[in-house]
Each structure stands twice: as C-alpha cells, then as structure tokens.
Design a protein around this ligand. Structure first.
Ligand code: SAM
Length: 227
C-alpha cells in the first residue's frame, strides 16, 4: 500500500478498513502518548488521534488548508506535554524546528522527558504567551504559529505573537475552545467573535472548521497574516 499524502508530511492510512491520520515517525520505535505505530513500505508511521489532537480532528473533518510542510519553523503556543507538537515535529522533520511555549511547569516537564529528549527539532520554552517579548531573543521569524491556549484573550495573544514572529503572508492555526471564552454564548457566536478579533489584528481568515464530535464546542481557524 502506498499511503495517501494529502498535505506534505500528513498521511491517510487505511488500517482494518478504517482511515486514520498519521505522520512519518521521526523517532522510529518510540511513541509519545501510546499512539499506534504502523509500518508501511518499510517506513514507520504514528497514528494521530483526532480525539487527542485538534489538528488531527480538523484533518479528519476535511481541513482544506494545511500549510505546515517539511523544513518549516513553527511557534507553538500552549504546547502542553507535546501530543500535537510531536506530530508537528514529524511534519517539519529534521530540517525544520518547533519552539513550544507553555506556562505550566508540569506538562513542560513531561514534554522534555517524553518528547524533547528524543527529538532535536523542538525547543521548549517555559513562558507566558501573553508576553512574547520574554522569548523574543530565542525565537526567530517563523512560517506558522499554532495556538491552543484556551484563554479568553487568545486572539489578542496570537496577534501580539504574530507582530513579533510572523512575516507577512505567514500562517496561523488557532484552536478555539468556546467555553473558555464565553460560556454564556453559543459556540458559533464565540467563533465569529474570535475571527473578527483576528481580522482586526491583520489576519485574513482562510478557513474555519467545527471539531465536533471529536472535540465538543471547539473550532479550528486557519488564518493568514497581512496577506
Ligand atoms: C488545551 S492545552 C494544549 C494541548 C496541546 N496543544 C496539544 O494538542 O497537545 C492548553 C495549554 O495551554 C497552556 N496555556 C494557557 N495559557 C497560556 C499562556 N498564557 N501562556 C502559555 N501557555 C498557556 C496551558 O498550560 C495548557 O498546557
């Protein structure tokens, strides 16, 4: 079987009659969160669970714009213990790099133990995404910002980071958890408001997708900065 590759570094494999999203394992033999390893054509792939990762959920839901590619530089806000980041690391490959920011020490420790120790293309940053100037000395201009911080002011935080690290026409993924922003409003109202804040900050909204049933009341926004 030759795996289908709908986007560079993102694969769709059919296993036991089920289509699964996967990435080519940069660290053959090693798993990050108990995901299944599958060998196809002499290469090892890691299954990418849409129930554990909003980007995999978006891909399963038919995302049309997935700008990540090998050699990319990525700033990841809300990296946590690295579930999604490990797949982003697979996609950008050994010539690319991911700078992963999180302000919580515990998941950051897990990220270092389980992921960073085995992958040379991830730099962990214990820091607050609201203050990008605190990590500006170690993060260069990037191709993509991936934001998953579940904060009410997430759009403003993404814009602040974009102004420092994203060149014109750079891309952003923004995962929106409606309940973290406003529990009293319908999710679609919250998504529309977040998109408007991103537009006001200089982004063009390229695509947005609701992630139900994989992640209830979540959406993924794909946006382009100063297009
Ligand atoms: C939903 S989790 C991220 C899950 C991860 N993106 C994944 O898919 O594997 C949100 C993370 O954002 C972090 N976070 C929230 N606000 C933050 C901030 N202002 N700066 C840095 N990290 C933040 C939290 O500590 C948490 O680990």
């Amino acid at each position: 079987m030759i795996p289908e590759e709908p986007f560079p570094g993102v694969f769709m494999l059919v296993i036991d009659d089920q289509e699964i999203v996967a990435t080519r394992n940069l660290t053959p033999g090693l798993t990050v969160y108990g995901e299944r390893l599958v060998e196809v054509g002499g290469e090892e792939f890691r299954s990418w669970s849409p129930f554990r990762s909003k980007l995999a959920a978006a891909l399963k839901k038919g995302l049309r714009n997935e700008p990540l590619k090998p050699r990319d530089k990525v700033l990841y806000l809300g990296v946590a213990s690295g579930t999604t980041c490990s797949h982003v690391s697979d996609i950008v490959g050994s010539q690319g790099h991911v700078w992963g920011v999180d302000f919580a020490p515990r998941p950051m420790r897990d990220l270092i133990e389980k992921v960073v120790k085995h992958r040379r293309n991830i730099s962990p940053i214990l820091g607050d995404a609201r203050h990008p100037e605190t990590y500006a000395a170690v993060v260069p201009k990037v191709d993509v910002i991936y934001a998953d911080i579940a904060q009410p002011d997430q759009a403003a935080i993404v814009v602040k980071n974009a102004e420092l690290f994203l060149p014109a026409r750079g891309w952003a993924f923004v995962a929106v958890k409606s309940r973290s922003i406003d529990v009293t409003k319908k999710p679609r109202i919250v998504y529309a408001r977040e998109m408007e804040s991103l537009r006001q900050g200089g982004f063009e909204i390229v695509e947005s997708l609701e992630l139900d049933p994989f992640e209830r009341d979540h959406a993924m926004i794909v946006a382009r900065f100063r297009p």
